[in-house]
Design a protein around this ligand. Structure first.
Ligand code: A3P
Length: 319
């Protein structure tokens, strides 16, 4: 049991001890119903699953970590709030708040800080984020009509992004672990919220079943054509762009506001803190497709491609 779990109930301690675990970086992943959950999310996940009460109008942003969460938080917030905050306004909240503060994580923040928070007074539609796989979301969400936006990313870019994120926060990880080791574990399915393929497949299959409730996005598609993906997102959220908005360049303005180039140079994201020990700037690195080629050997890349292709075979998903 790690120190972050100090102060937990006897019942929770027993649960933690009963779960298979794997060392990851300097922390631990627990295998919960087939998924590798980081120890820092476990308590929040249990409370979220137990206490969350869904509204049909809720919007849940669900992501595999390092796949574009920050970008999607910014886009969803801006699309939803565009009648209150013009995207070119000098007082737009994104100019002074990191996207993670505007759209908080459920298991990692809200339910980690408070076992049973009162979320009923938040204005509708409420927007939350999670990294949990579909099958671990609270039953009430699975049964509801709320909207889920999912984004995933080429696993090789995702793994490299994770490496830089973690070693930026904890430079000592460079000494105690390696990219090679991450690849080996990835192949075994061992990574936070992994296996990767189960996470992706669960949301993919559900998105085919419930097209109007689950939107499945890929980071690469947003990079390729942010305008059409922003239109798709706004349509899905039930707030399509009007002809007048299109004419006056609202979609281009939103994509500019939420771009990594714009966000990473804002004072709040250059010098602000997300939480103790994690700077906002850690969430913005290069934001490129294919950066993995600079860090993974061809042997490592082949291993990852092979296992992902095998696991996703027949699904229709390609990276
Ligand atoms: P890289 O490390 O490859 O640069 P997440 O937000 O899920 O934690 O993912 C982080 C990745 O998204 C990082 O990728 C980061 O640079 C990139 N990113 C953050 N904000 C972005 C934005 N507005 N547009 C595109 N990519 C962004």
């Amino acid at each position: 049991i790690t120190t972050s779990e100090e102060g937990m109930s006897k019942e929770f301690k027993e649960l933690v001890l009963s779960l298979p675990c794997a060392k990851f970086w300097n922390g631990v992943l627990h295998k919960y119903e087939g998924h590798w959950i980081p120890s820092m999310s476990l308590k929040g996940m249990i409370s979220f699953r137990k206490h969350f009460k869904v509204h049909d109008s809720d919007i849940i942003l669900s992501t595999f970590p390092k796949s574009g969460t920050t970008w999607l938080k910014a886009l969803i917030f801006t699309i939803l709030n565009r009648s209150h905050y013009a995207s070119n306004s000098a007082t737009h909240p994104l100019l002074t708040c990191n996207p993670h503060h505007l759209v908080p994580f459920l298991e990692l923040k809200i339910y980690d800080e408070n076992e049973n928070p009162n979320l009923e007074n938040l204005p509708n539609p409420r927007v939350f984020a999670t990294h949990l796989p579909f099958s671990l979301l609270p039953r009430c969400i699975l049964d509801s009509n709320c909207r889920i936006v999912y984004i995933c990313r080429n696993p090789m870019d995702q793994l490299i992004s994770r490496w830089f994120f973690a070693t930026n926060i904890r430079p000592e990880y460079k000494e105690t672990s390696s990219i090679h080791e991450l690849v080996e574990m990835f192949q075994e399915g061992i990574c936070p919220y992994g296996p990767f393929w189960d996470h992706v497949l669960e949301y993919w299959n559900k998105s085919l079943e419930k097209k109007d409730r689950i939107l499945f996005l890929k980071y690469e598609d947003l990079k390729e054509d942010i305008i059409s993906q922003t239109i798709k997102l706004a349509d899905f959220l039930g707030l399509p762009f009007s002809e007048e908005e299109k004419k006056r360049g609202e979609i281009e303005e939103i994509s500019r506001l939420c771009s990594i180039e714009n966000l990473k140079k804002l004072e709040v994201n250059m010098s602000g803190e997300y939480k103790p020990g994690v700077q906002n700037k850690a969430f913005f690195r290069k934001g490129e497709v294919g950066d993995w080629a600079n860090y993974l050997s061809s042997a490592m890349a082949e291993k990852m491609k092979k296992v992902v292709e095998e696991k996703l075979q027949g699904s229709g998903i390609t990276f």
